[in-house]
Design a protein around this ligand. Sequence first.
Ligand code: ZN
Length: 145
Amino acid sequence: PDDEVVRSGRGSVRFDLPTIEPETQPFWDGAAEERLVIQRCGACGVWQYYPRPFCKVCWSEDVAWVEASGAATLYTFSVVRRNDLPPFGDRVPYVAAVVDLAEGPRMVTEVVDCDLDAVEIGMPLTVTFRDLESDGLKLPVFRPA
Ligand code: ZN
């Protein structure tokens, strides 16, 4: 069954679009405006990502959406040279990455605008946004700072 989706879908089915829930809407609204918006706890001040209805540290429900600096460092990465799911196959090779935001949370993302040979753990990065060409959606990704 999964094979059928891929075979019938290249060019029409996409695997890179988010399923937006009420809990994640502010993140996508911010990204559409090219702002990286994540949650910060009003009680203890900790930042968190992914979004949750309560603080991951103190369980307070006083969590607010706040714009992050967009600064990050590369925690780890992998150069993807094959991906059969549309539209990723059109982008290979690309750099799948985990970054540490300056505010603390770790984020799964992609490093763009960088020679593959120049990608290095610990390198400073800054957020940029990929236009998903679907309902104004944009996706935060990272480039060298
Ligand atoms: Zn807290």
